[in-house]
Design a protein around this ligand. Structure first.
Ligand code: FES
Ligand SMILES: [Fe+2]
Length: 412
């Protein structure tokens, strides 16, 4: 299901008009009721394992930006829910996602990203091609008879959409990425991420992945928790626009921070709609279910921060992987500016958001606090939890297509 460029622009304009109307009225749309969530959702290991199984191995996940593997042989390693993953672009420009594990006896195959023509296991030296075939083993004549075809790397279904690499962490999954996105990628396509470049990368250690991700789903905390970084005058309001399980957050006020004239919707409100740049209509935060946020910055050049909040094997562990992309190859002062902005965003998330969620994690694990509460103004967190609940509680064969995702804009 493709949405044409004109339709995408028309839908973005519809949201932009709504944002401006709410800005003028000083209003937001709220969820129908307050939501209470059980502490066990964040502290119970068996619930975590169910989420890993039902959600993280059945849902197509953003694994990387395509530009992280811009050349043949480039690879990236990562771990999601205890599953070690090796991403590589082969010489035919095809991206693969493998279990980062040698098929001899399971040793880690590749320790870090980089560039490689082949992968040689550091344990006994078995060697694999970029497309996962076993191509050589040490002491072949002495090892005994094996059929190399039985020893391909374990491979996950993977595809590229909107300049992002998506994979499903179940080798047998037949889930279709387009069924999942329902055209959401046509909106993400507006960013043109294919041609961007990686400028900075940070990996931050955190607590339960949902607690860590909450901070990406509301602005309520911003002027309070981030009073010393973003400042006490930041808006605490968010307008939410949902697309199936995905969503977008926009501040319904004149938010001029990090936004130059051309890309600032609020500054262009008086102009005719045809004059609004497409870029000005995609401002805000884009959330790709279940665990990725995309933030745009226009501050002397275009920048995008992709935050992947990936669960660890244990309920109380996650990593926030911050990948900062820029539209242009930067040098000199602009390069230094991007590093400064990335340092700042690392500081905000690590020392303010994640430090706070560590205090929540600690108390939720004691069992002394039974529930946490999500306000009507925090509709994005409510939406996130509704969808997690829906996906996790649907018992199907992991290889089957478990849900129908809804491809249209809706609001609380
Ligand atoms: S485990 Fe890799 S070669 Fe033995
Ligand atoms: Fe925050």
């Amino acid at each position: 299901m493709r949405t044409s460029t004109l339709e995408v622009r028309a839908k973005l304009a519809e949201v932009a008009r709504d944002v401006l109307a709410h800005s003028t009225a000083g209003s937001i749309r709220m969820a129908p009721a307050v939501m209470k969530l059980d502490a066990g959702l964040y502290a119970d290991q068996s619930n975590h394992e169910k989420e890993c199984r039902q959600l993280f191995t059945r849902t197509p996940l953003v694994l990387a930006a395509s530009c992280e593997l811009s050349e043949p042989g480039q690879c990236r390693t990562m771990e999601i829910a205890g599953i070690p993953i090796l991403l590589v672009r082969d010489n035919d420009n095809v991206v693969h996602a493998f279990l980062n594990s040698c098929t001899h006896r399971g040793a880690q195959l590749v320790a870090d990203g980089g560039k490689a023509g082949r992968f040689t296991c550091p344990y006994h030296g078995w060697t694999f091609s970029q497309s996962g075939e076993l191509v050589a083993i040490t002491l072949k004549d002495g090892f005994g008879d094996i059929d190399f075809k039985d020893y391909r790397l374990v491979s996950f279904p993977v595809s590229e959409r909107a300049g992002l690499i998506w994979g499903t962490l179940d080798p047998l999954s037949t889930n279709n990425i387009d069924d999942f996105l329902q055209g959401f990628d046509d909106f993400l396509d507006v960013f043109g991420l294919d041609s961007w470049r990686v400028a900075e990368k940070r990996i931050l250690e955190g607590t339960n992945w949902k607690l860590a991700f909450h901070a990406h789903l509301e602005f309520y905390h911003v002027p309070v928790l981030h009073k010393n970084s973003f400042g006490p005058a930041s808006s605490n309001k968010a307008l939410y626009y949902f697309w199936g399980p995905h969503q977008r957050l926009v501040q319904p006020i004149d938010s001029k921070r990090n936004v130059d004239e051309e890309h600032n919707l609020y500054k262009n409100a008086d102009k005719s709609e045809e004059e609004w740049s497409t870029e000005s209509m995609v401002l805000g935060e884009w959330i790709i279910f279940p665990n990725v946020s995309i933030n745009l910055f226009y501050d002397g050049g275009a920048g995008i921060l992709i935050s992947q909040v990936v669960p660890g094997a244990s309920v109380d562990e996650s990593q926030t992987i911050q990948t900062f992309l820029t539209a242009d190859q930067l040098e000199g002062e602009s390069r230094a500016q991007v590093k400064e902005l990335s340092d700042f965003l690392e500081h905000v998330v690590s020392n303010e958001d994640l430090t706070t969620s560590a205090t929540q994690q600690q108390v939720l694990e004691t069992g002394l606090m039974k529930t946490i509460t999500i306000g009507r103004n925090e509709a994005g967190i409510q939406h996130f939890h509704h969808w997690i609940d829906r996906v996790v509680s649907t018992e199907t064969n992991a290889a089957a297509k478990p849900f129908s995702y809804e491809g249209k804009w809706s609001a609380p």
